[in-house]
Design a protein. Sequence first.
Length: 115
Amino acid sequence: MTATTPRTARRRTPGRPSPRPRRRRRATRYWVRSVTTVSTAPPAGLFTRDARTIARALASKRVSPKGPTSGLRMLLFYINRAGRQLGRRERAELLKAKRLLQERIAEQRGGVAGG
């Protein structure tokens, strides 16, 4: 007597991947939430103000204790997360603040801004 496979059993066809068992998806956790709430977050409504105020606040020790480079990262993070939701004027003001921060960083390093 030879052993045969039952008709209901699936055979693996060469060249085809075996079917994977389906797993339940974990609830999505966004890392952005912890970045914007747990870190030394800037004051509420800061990014809606003028460029000089934004740059000054982000360069302060209270908001970015590690220096203005940390503040620049916060600003870039905000700009990148906002994406298309930013209006032209808002984006222009934020980019102006970015330039001011870059100039401040270059002055600290003793170099020239604008690379």
